[in-house]
Design a binder for this molecule. Structure first.
Ligand code: ADP
Length: 379
């Protein structure tokens, strides 16, 4: 797996019961997965020679993040390396401009959008195409967790010297989108294998705070069976059309009139699927591994009526022992996941998962534990 973050750490965990050898290409030895995997290469995923050395002896290469240059992945494929998902699929998770163009071509509902050249062009887009403000600007590459996304509320904010100028400084194309007046964000997660078997997890609600995922509720409360099926079918169709192998997260906006619009795609295990570790028969990590190895996929069904995952965002790890004493004593059914990452304020450092029969109670348990751990971490 290329990338040594928490997704690689948790995929590594899923490889253990199957006895699958798991090698990680990590930027730094202190990265989350590099701290726990036995076979770690520390190196730069943007360097082709490093990638070639890393791939030697691997049956298949897959990803913890989307930042490997497309041309390097094509070179690995030309060397005969199995790259899954392949570069032609992965580019749709790397480049939001490519993703929007392809999804529109497929007739998949998306926000009104266009690549824009400068702030004057943003104003033209807002006024003539998006039906006014607010509009959203995104750099097509390199964003994550709300970084690389700007909301412009008015023509004044879209002025040449205003915040609208900032995205153009990154030196990559800038995508403008109508700001969708959504009622909530959903995610449809599916997994597809090379010979075309696919499974769909229940559609979840993803609650964002300040552009970062805070809580995921499985299944999305109050979602009609019709809309859930539409979202699952949409995700399965995207996976098939893009010839994707592995886990696909389709981030969706649900509107008041029950439309679903695609926000973005992630082609790897995803935060909206962490609940599956404890809440589904087969986790997204196990199914991602099965898919990239072309093994039969596992049952995606939930184990309980409700599962809630809440992220722990933090400053610094203190001694977690007292917090563990509290959380474990209060709630023996709670599952705690700590990533062992270098911590920075606001960074995802772990998550907690609760499951059960009654949504309000399950939600409160996850909320309490995440807040308690966060309080301790932020002290
Ligand atoms: P990232 O790559 O950082 O995950 P996203 O494209 O998912 O970026 O945007 C981050 C958040 O910004 C989304 O979860 C959503 O809340 C908001 N957002 C993004 N695009 C739009 C849009 N077109 N309309 C309204 N809100 C948006």
């Amino acid at each position: 797996m290329i990338g040594g973050g928490q997704l690689a750490r948790m995929t590594h965990e899923a490889s253990i019961p199957l006895g699958i050898g798991f090698r990680v290409l990590s930027e730094r030895p202190q990265d989350s997965a590099a701290r726990v995997a036995a076979d770690v290469v520390v190196g730069d995923h943007r360097d082709l020679a490093t990638l070639r050395d890393f791939a030697r002896g691997c049956d298949v290469i897959t990803f913890d993040h989307e930042h490997v240059p497309t041309e390097h992945l094509r070179a690995l494929q030309a060397d005969g390396v199995a790259v899954r998902p392949g570069p032609d699929a992965l580019v749709h998770a790397q480049d939001k401009g490519v993703m929007r163009a392809r999804l529109s071509e497929l007739g998949v509902p998306c926000p009104v959008h266009r690549i824009v050249a400068d702030p004057a062009d943003v104003r033209r887009f807002a006024e003539r195409e998006a039906g006014g403000y607010p509009v959203v600007l995104k750099t097509v590459r390199g964003g994550y967790d709300g970084k690389g996304v700007w909301l412009l509320r008015s023509a004044a904010e879209a002025a040449d010297a205003g915040p609208a100028a900032e995205p153009f400084l990154a030196g990559v194309p800038v995508l403008a989108e109508e700001a969708v007046d959504f009622t909530r964000e959903l995610a449809a997660n599916v997994v597809r294998s090379p010979h075309g078997q696919a499974v769909a997890y229940p559609v979840v609600e993803s609650v964002q705070v300040a552009g970062v995922c805070d809580t995921v509720i499985a299944p999305a409360p109050g979602l009609s069976a019709e809309l859930a099926l539409r979202a699952q079918r949409l995700a399965l169709r995207i996976a098939q059309e893009l010839d994707l192998v592995g886990h696909l997260a389709v981030e969706l906006f649900q509107t008041g009139d029950d439309r679903i619009l695609v926000n973005e795609l992630a082609m790897r295990p995803h935060n909206s699927g962490h609940w599956t570790q404890d809440g589904a028969v087969t986790s997204q990590f196990a199914n991602h591994l099965r898919a990239v190895l072309d093994l039969p996929l596992g049952d995606p069904r939930p184990r309980a009526p409700w599962t809630v995952m809440t992220n722990v965002l933090g400053g610094d790890y203190p001694d977690l022992y007292p917090a563990f004493l509290h959380c474990m004593a209060r709630d023996p059914g709670l599952k705690i996941h700590v990533y062992g990452k270098d911590v920075k304020p606001g960074r995802k450092v772990g998550h907690v998962t609760a499951f059960g029969e009654e949504l309000g109670e399950v939600r409160e348990r996850a909320r309490h534990a995440a807040d308690y751990l966060r309080g301790v971490i932020d002290e």
